[in-house]
Design a protein around this ligand. Structure first.
Ligand code: UTP
Length: 292
């Protein structure tokens, strides 16, 4: 039985949708309330039972490495000033897991970023979580749900979500047959189809468990849409060779690389925080009354 032991988090994209904030800092470090987006993702990986993590970084991404490293100066200062809870919190981040980094020298696409993980992964199935896609579920992390499905089907699993017809053109869409409620066998994938041409409304989200065969496919395919090496193109080839499944998941997903998605995550996460909820709710109510 094959097990998932490693996770790859591509975080080397340019973040054009979030300019100018992303001109000199990674979008993956933008805070949702007070925690950088990528930390939520690393925590999901750990809560799913994986502690070998590779983050794909690039130019302007040093702060991601610093965030998961020790911060000696800060730790000394917090110790001296008796701020023990903050000290423990800061120290716990660098102890979260065994996080490694590799640089994608040029942002040549998500497929190319995944290809940079080939050495780290070796010849075993692995998880991929996009650095700007947060999924919240209080009962079981999205990746854990996917690992359980992988353990059953022992083949590539892609997280999918049903999206409104008007939104299909923003995603990779599944052409599939249903195996059982929530599980689909992929026949083909269509990147960003026009609504009238979409084979379904099942859209690929930022979570995958992929068989290592993907690496040799990625090495062979050329650039696709936007001149980038697309992971979806490689998955299209993979699903013609071996079973690839789409699965729906329990949880709410936020695309925090998109301004609206980022704002939604910020407001909803703040409303769940015991230390902020009351004051923030009062504030939202007051501006809502002011508007109406
Ligand atoms: P996106 O398409 O959302 O990232 O890729 P982007 O290119 O940074 O975003 P925009 O469209 O310009 O705003 C999904 C994930 O894949 C990573 C991104 O960092 C993001 O986490 N990625 C993308 C790479 O690591 N390398 C790439 O070449 C492209």
């Amino acid at each position: 039985m094959k097990r998932i032991k490693k996770a790859v988090i591509p975080a080397a994209g340019l973040g054009v949708r979030f300019l100018p904030a992303t001109k000199a800092q990674p979008k993956e470090m933008l805070p949702i309330v007070d925690k950088p987006a990528i930390q939520y993702i690393v925590e999901e990986v750990i809560d799913s039972g994986i502690d070998e993590i590779l983050i794909i970084t690039g130019r302007n991404k040093h702060s991601i490495e610093d965030h998961f490293d020790k911060s000696l100066e800060l730790e000394v200062r917090l110790k001296e000033t008796g701020k023990t809870p903050l000290l423990e919190m800061v120290q716990s981040i660098s102890r979260l897991a065994h996080v490694c980094f590799v640089r994608q020298k040029e942002p040549l696409g998500l497929g190319h970023a995944v290809q940079c993980a080939r050495r780290f992964v070796g010849n075993e199935p692995f998880a991929v979580l996009l650095g700007d896609d947060i999924v919240v579920n209080d009962k079981q992390p999205c990746l854990k749900q996917m690992i359980e499905m992988y353990n059953e089907v022992q083949s590539t699993v892609i997280a999918v979500m049903e999206v409104p017809e008007k939104d299909v053109a923003k995603y990779g869409i599944l052409d599939s047959t249903i195996e059982r409620p929530g599980l689909f066998r992929v026949r083909d994938l269509v990147e960003k189809p026009a609504p009238e041409k979409a084979p379904s409304r099942l859209a690929i989200m930022g979570r995958y468990i992929i068989e290592p065969r993907i690496f040799s496919i990625l090495a062979e395919i050329g650039p696709g849409a936007g001149g980038e090496i697309q992971l979806t193109d490689a998955l299209k080839v993979l699903c013609a060779e071996q079973p690839v499944f789409g699965m729906t998941f329990e949880g709410k997903r936020y695309d925090v690389g998109d301004k609206l998605g980022y704002l939604q995550a910020t407001v909803e996460f703040a409303l769940k925080r015991p230390d902020l909820r009351e004051g923030f709710q009062r504030y939202l109510k007051s501006i809502n009354e002011g508007l109406s």
